[in-house]
Design a binder for this molecule. Structure first.
Ligand code: GLN
Length: 286
């Protein structure tokens, strides 16, 4: 007898729960909605409906892959960030909701700047650059990353969101090729900030499937802030904004690094929706 939607979801939740997946039922629903090309809420309305044999086979094989802790976003091939669609791939960090904090405060702080020039360092899948370009249609944005694979993904995401004409992607290590003084109105980054020794203790979805390059912040997690902060100063326009995502326990350390540099004022630290300090903002003084 073919499985109904209800039965197969119960089966899948059990498998994912046993595998240690943190939200087994929700993940099972996302996978089934993807297979059936419908919304999650539709699954409830169609709970008694039987699945076709081929759909059942596809769903089971995806559930077994999820039980092996392949991230849900990689199984689906896409996710949402800041209300926008993004492709995902193992070439870049999966977009995190907490990164919306940096995007939101940067947009707020750029409201008085009519045609902002914005640089996103370590753009990965392109989420920060693309969300800013989308929200500020008169902006010009550069997304920089050392990884060719990440930049290919970011370009696809820019096309998906219709902002390719206002974003340039540049393959580089941090800020190396940018030399024009006082050029940018905002320099933003969500750099790798996990202390190297903590990476192996992260959940399997992160430690095995996010690129190490996107996670590893050196021995204390702060190595990218030490490079980005001083190198940004000459490139920022007067009153320009430096916005950095931080680890939940790095606010004081990063604020201290900022204060150590003449030319920057630490303005504020912003919390994410879980209440953790998540974005630090500074302004170029002169
Ligand atoms: N900027 C990308 C993001 O916020 C990539 C960040 C990274 O690789 N550390 O998701």
């Amino acid at each position: 007898m073919p499985s109904s939607i209800r039965h197969i979801l119960t089966w899948a939740s059990g498998i994912l729960g046993q595998a240690g997946v943190s939200s087994p039922r929700v993940d099972a629903e996302w996978v089934l909605a993807h297979v059936l090309q419908c919304s999650r809420s539709e699954l409830h309305l169609r709970a008694r409906q039987p699945l076709a044999v081929a759909q059942c086979a596809t769903f089971r094989s995806m559930i077994f892959r999820r039980a092996n802790r392949i991230p849900l976003q990689h199984l689906l091939g896409n996710t949402e960030f800041y209300g926008l669609p993004f492709y995902t791939s193992p070439d870049a960090l999966i977009p995190r909701p907490e990164t919306e904090t940096l995007v939101e405060v940067a947009i707020d702080h750029l409201t008085d700047c009519p045609n902002p020039r914005i640089l996103d360092i370590g753009t990965g899948s392109g989420i920060i650059a693309i969300a800013l370009a989308k929200e500020r249609p008169a902006s010009h944005v550069i997304g920089a990353d050392i990884s060719h694979g990440a930049l290919c993904l970011a370009r696809r995401n820019a096309r998906l969101n219709g902002v390719s004409d206002r974003i340039s992607f540049v393959q580089t290590d941090l800020l190396a090729p940018f030399a024009k003084p006082k050029h940018f109105h905002a320099i933003l980054s969500n750099p790798p900030y996990i202390p190297r020794s903590a990476i192996d203790a992260l959940q399997p979805e992160v430690r095995a499937f996010d690129p190490r390059l996107a996670l590893d912040g050196g021995s204390d997690g702060l190595s990218f802030y030490r490079k980005i902060i001083p190198r940004s100063i000459p490139l920022l326009a007067r009153d320009g904004l430096l916005g950095l995502e931080i680890g939940h326990d790095q606010a004081d350390a990063v604020a201290q690094l900022i204060r150590r540099h003449i030319g920057l004022t630490h303005t504020a630290t912003y919390a994410d929706l879980c209440g953790h300090p998540r974005a630090v903002l500074a302004r170029k003084q002169i």
